[in-house]
Write a protein that binds this ligand. Structure first.
Ligand code: AMP
Ligand code: MG
Length: 483
């Protein structure tokens, strides 16, 4: 094996080509007693890394040759209010160039204070980092664009929260960490030239095909709109609630980022909110598509001077593109729902049939994932609402709809299997895994859960064990930010 293709870190740092205002050189703060708690072997392999995890790097005590650690500056609208932010507890080591030549940001989260920490301590705790690891990898298994998790390292240091908690560092792997908030930052604190350099960098990195276009900045904007519409439609289809869709948590690449207060919906209720700080339900399940559009409008505002020298014309052109968001989203959602219901052909009444089912689910308080799973397995007699007239009638209509298409029922069910996860990271399963790991240092519960979440469309017997619902409690599930 030559040096060239020997597995290992092959880090570069392209972000520092940008003007200084976009980042601060910032090394991770060394930790006392680093210990690896989880490591993602298959991701390591994809990245071209050695099989043996490099705990010194994963904990932030050393960084490989080629890396140039920085904290990135960004701003963002948090719950609608504009604020200066930045990597307050993360350091970007650099970009790993994989054997296939793709570039991925390698970021340590929880790696100590930075100039952007404000009042924070720059640290992260074990439970929430393991939670991010599990949910981000589950999203990847579901086939939804997302940043991924390479490892969690315990630091051997306590972190002060409401009580003292074990500290941890998560290694996050992303196509990049460019956010809508990075552009907002450039407009607020940079010149138009800074903004242009940022946009050129983003285009080069994520949408090089736009370089050929007459108005590359407009094409760039259109592509971000398309990817975000697609992403959010995919969230809706699996019942994922992000929980904190601030503009700093919306990527330019179209990957899901920031697994703080996110959670999967169980009972179908469009108003579902899990985040403890989202009192008004701004980021409720049903609001996610519209918030996506709101965030993309903030991105458009930043790009206006690049799109056209005449502001009025720039606004008009950008608005036309943004107005397509709804169409792209609706098409992605409708096609996704068709697939979930085995509809291979298209009929005008499909949307109404889908909406009827959702309404019946809402009225009867049925579990979102398990309803589609029961339909997929043709085992609806197991559903609690099996005998309810509205559902019985809907089911007949649906069966007739499937009979009207030329494809066989087997083909329809096979499509449904590929479109409806048998298992999702349910809140009680994630909590059980975390409790075992954090309280009892037993990581097997989490490993087994991760194993079944790897391919949620496999419909294995093992997965059946993970489809039970928790006993009902009167306490709603709550999630937290910045933990
Ligand atoms: P988030 O809610 O994770 O999107 O974080 C919002 C902002 O708060 C980002 O600038 C984070 O870097 C920062 N932040 C969150 N937790 C901490 C912490 N423990 N120390 C310093 N900064 C933090
Ligand atoms: Mg964030």
């Amino acid at each position: 094996m030559t040096q060239e293709n020997k597995p290992g870190w092959k880090l570069e740092q392209s972000y520092t080509q940008l003007p200084d205002l976009f980042y601060t050189r910032m090394e991770p703060t060394k930790v006392e007693a680093p210990k690896l708690v989880v490591f993602n072997k298959s991701l390591a392999e994809n990245l071209g890394l050695a099989n043996e995890p490099d705990i010194k790097v994963l904990a932030g005590n050393e960084w490989p040759e080629g890396s140039l650690p920085i904290a990135q500056a960004y701003a963002g609208h948090q719950f609608g209010n504009f604020t200066m932010l930045g990597d307050g507890r993360a350091v970007l080591l650099g970009e790993q160039v994989t054997p296939k030549g793709t570039r991925f940001d390698i970021q340590l989260k929880g790696s100590g204070p930075t100039p952007y920490s404000r009042a924070g301590d720059g640290r992260a705790t074990l439970g929430p980092m393991l939670r991010e690891y599990m949910i981000s990898e589950a999203m990847h298994g579901l086939g939804i664009p997302t940043n991924r998790s390479l490892a969690v390292a315990a630091t051997g240091e306590d972190v002060r929260r409401e009580t003292d908690q074990p500290g941890a560092v998560l290694t996050r792997v992303s196509e990049s960490h460019l956010r809508v908030g990075t552009f907002e930052y450039a407009v607020q604190w940079g010149t138009v030239e800074d903004l242009r350099l940022l946009a050129d960098y983003a285009i080069q990195r994520h949408y090089p095909e736009a370089l050929e276009d007459e108005n590359k900045y407009l094409s760039f904007y259109r592509k971000v709109v398309e990817r975000q519409a697609f992403l959010i439609a995919n969230w809706q289809l699996v019942g994922f609630i992000h929980g904190v869709m601030n503009t700093d948590n919306m990527t330019i690449s179209g990957q899901t980022i920031d697994y703080g207060p996110c959670a999967f919906m169980d009972v179908y209720d469009p108003k579902t909110v899990f985040s403890s700080i989202d009192h008004e339900g701004r980021y409720a399940y049903q609001n996610q598509p519209a918030i996506g559009q709101w965030n993309l409008a903030r991105l458009a505002e930043t790009l206006l001077p690049l799109i056209h020298h005449d502001q009025e014309q720039a606004v008009q052109i950008a608005q036309e593109v943004l107005s397509d968001y709804g169409k792209i989203y609706n098409r992605a959602w409708l096609n996704g729902m068709r697939a979930k219901l085995g509809m291979i052909t298209e009929e005008d009444q499909d949307k109404a049939l889908i909406e009827d089912l959702l309404e019946i689910m809402e009225t009867n308080g049925t579990d979102y994932t398990n309803t589609f799973r029961a339909l997929t397995l043709d085992q609806t007699e197991r559903l609690e609402m099996a005998g309810i007239t509205t559902f019985v009638n809907w089911h007949k209509q649906w069966k007739k709809r499937l009979e009207r298409q030329p494809q066989s029922e087997a083909e329809a069910f096979s499509l449904m299997k590929r479109s409806n996860p048998s298992v999702i990271p349910r809140n009680h399963l994630v909590e059980e895994a975390l409790e075992a790991a954090v309280e009892r240092k037993d990581f097997r519960v989490m490993e087994r859960l991760m194993e079944v979440l790897k391919d949620p469309y496999a419909y294995t017997q093992e997965q059946d064990l993970y489809t039970d619902l928790p006993d009902p409690t009167d306490r709603p599930y709550r999630t937290f930010c910045g933990t």
